[in-house]
Design a protein around this ligand. Structure first.
Ligand code: ADP
Ligand code: MG
Length: 490
């Protein structure tokens, strides 16, 4: 990454640069857990999805789930990363009531996926590249529940042993917006790949947010790590809060402790949880119950070939094939369902026009109605038909908006051609009919006719009158032309 500072924050003693790196835990979309056949499904009753392995009964042995390994490889390929054909599982030792083994099986020195990089689009249209340090597979822990009883704590092991991919970024982000955009792009990629459902409310994706600040050009400062942040908005808030807090500490002569912090969603603040442990505190060692993971290069190739078109490739294709702007292409390509809708709506039509209808009218209406693209009352085929009616000049863009509103409200059949027919909304291109309206308006408004000769700017008034008299149905180009001719202005 370039060392040039991109975005600076103002402190009371000068500028600061924020440095951000994310460790994202993404739950593998798998039926079974990483080392046992128990169900990994979310939402079961307490301890319903627990096998002897997940409960760490004596003598139980882990057996690797090939499907989960495949998902990690898929994700690595989607991150343009190096797939390590030889990797290994390690034990990360620590005590937790919801960790019955007393250790977590993870990958430490030899992860399944090495370095990669992804493109991240920012709101201002800029694109940055963010490096991926690694992706490794590990088991999730169970869950301790402290708020069900005043006297007891409960342990639910359903989550114990569920497969996680930990995706570690390089410290390449330089603002809260960049951190949030990276997290969002990562979710887009795993959803495209189908390797994680990206459902943050259910905890399928959560981020540990590492933040430090430095003076531009200086080496990296000491970072803090805020744990388990589970929405894009919260990632942004954590970075904003931590950067401000650290700048204040440093400017008043203090130092930053390398520590683990917690985010309070109610107050938007972070607070100390514990001082940061180092890797050696965990006494990592290779898990003797598991063989190293050796991948057949032909298998990896097969997975590579089965990858779907990924968002960045789709974005580029949308720009080339449909002539879309980078902005429109990004908005449409970053969501698989939106992209599919657009392509169906654009089939055989002017791509830019179709994109405009999807991103402005449709997304606007969906937003207002609080609906997802998959719940759109207007099907892509119907929107395609509507765009067709504009293209062949059956209706003007303005009338099309009215027709669209009727379609969206579920009016009649929702077939735009039928709505146009039934309501008599066809554009009048018959010049004779338009000429008649123009003549009437010129005859009825001699004062305005005088005025437009002296002040050609008032010409628009005539266009408005003719359109109004035609009920909005007159072809605007024809109206302009006929008016100009009759009023004798160039
Ligand atoms: P650990 O596993 O102990 O948390 P890592 O070296 O793997 O430590 O780094 C974890 C994350 O912290 C990575 O995403 C990395 O990009 C980020 N990071 C490292 N140094 C900094 C820093 N000075 N400021 C912000 N983020 C950092
Ligand atoms: Mg960490």
């Amino acid at each position: 990454m370039s060392a040039a500072p991109r975005k600076l924050l103002k402190g009371s003693t000068g500028d600061w640069e924020v440095v951000v790196g994310l460790e994202v835990h993404a739950q593998v979309r798998s039926k079974a857990k990483l080392f046992s056949g128990a169900s990994a499904e979310y939402g079961a009753g307490p301890n319903e999805n627990v096998s002897m392995v997940d409960a760490a009964m004596p003598g139980m042995l882990p057996v690797i789930n090939k499907f989960c390994v495949e998902q990690a490889v898929r994700t690595g390929l989607g991150l343009n990363a190096k797939i390590n054909l030889w990797s290994r599982f390690d034990r990360k030792n620590y005590f937790y009531p919801d960790l019955p083994q007393g250790y977590q099986i993870s990958q430490y020195k030899d992860p399944i996926v090495g370095e990669g990089e992804i493109e991240v689009e920012l709101d201002d249209g800029e694109t940055i590249t963010v490096g991926i340090e690694r992706l490794h597979l590990e088991q999730d822990a169970g869950k301790s529940i402290h708020d069900l009883s005043p006297k007891e704590s409960y342990v639910d092991l359903n989550r114990s042993g569920v497969a996680l991919m930990e995706i570690v970024s390089k410290p390449d982000m330089r603002s809260a917006e960049e951190g949030a955009a990276y997290f969002s792009k990562l979710r887009t990629i795993v959803r495209y790949l189908g390797t994680c459902d990206g459902n943050m409310e259910e905890g399928s994706m959560r981020a540990d947010v590492n933040v430090s600040v430095r003076r531009p050009g200086e080496p990296f400062g000491t970072r803090t790590e805020t744990k388990n942040v589970n929405s894009i908005r919260y990632v942004k808030q954590v970075i904003e809060y931590e950067a401000r807090r650290q700048i204040e500490v440093l400017e008043s002569g203090g130092t930053i402790d390398q520590e683990t912090r917690l985010f309070n969603v109610q107050t938007g603040e972070t607070r100390t949880m514990r001082s940061k442990e180092d890797a050696h505190d965990y006494r990592y060692f290779p898990d003797p119950d598991l063989l190293p993971l050796e991948l057949d290069p032909a298998w990896v190739e097969e997975i590579r070939k089965s990858l779907p078109e990924l968002p960045d490739a789709k974005k580029r294709r949308f720009m080339e094939q449909y002539g879309l702007s980078l902005y429109d292409a990004t908005v449409l390509a970053m969501d698989k369902d939106k992209a599919a809708y657009f392509e169906e709506a654009a089939k055989g039509r002017n791509g830019k026009l179709a994109a405009n209808w999807v991103t402005v009218e449709l997304f606007g209406a969906l937003n207002k109605a609080g609906k997802d693209i998959l719940e759109s009352p207007v099907s892509p085929a119907r929107l395609n038909a509507l765009v067709g009616l504009i293209e062949d000049k059956t209706i003007s863009g303005k009338i099309a908006k009215d027709v669209f509103a009727l379609m969206f409200e579920g009016e009649e059949t929702g077939d735009p051609a039928e709505i146009v027919e039934k309501r008599g909304l066809k554009q009048v291109t018959d010049t004779g009919a338009i000429e008649k309206i123009v003549d009437d308006i010129i005859a009825a408004n001699p004062a305005q006719v005088e005025q437009v000769k002296a002040k050609p700017k008032t010409f628009g008034w005539f266009v408005g009158q003719v359109m109004k008299a035609s009920g909005g149905k007159a072809n605007p180009a024809a109206v302009n032309e006929i008016l100009k001719k009759k009023l004798e202005i160039e």
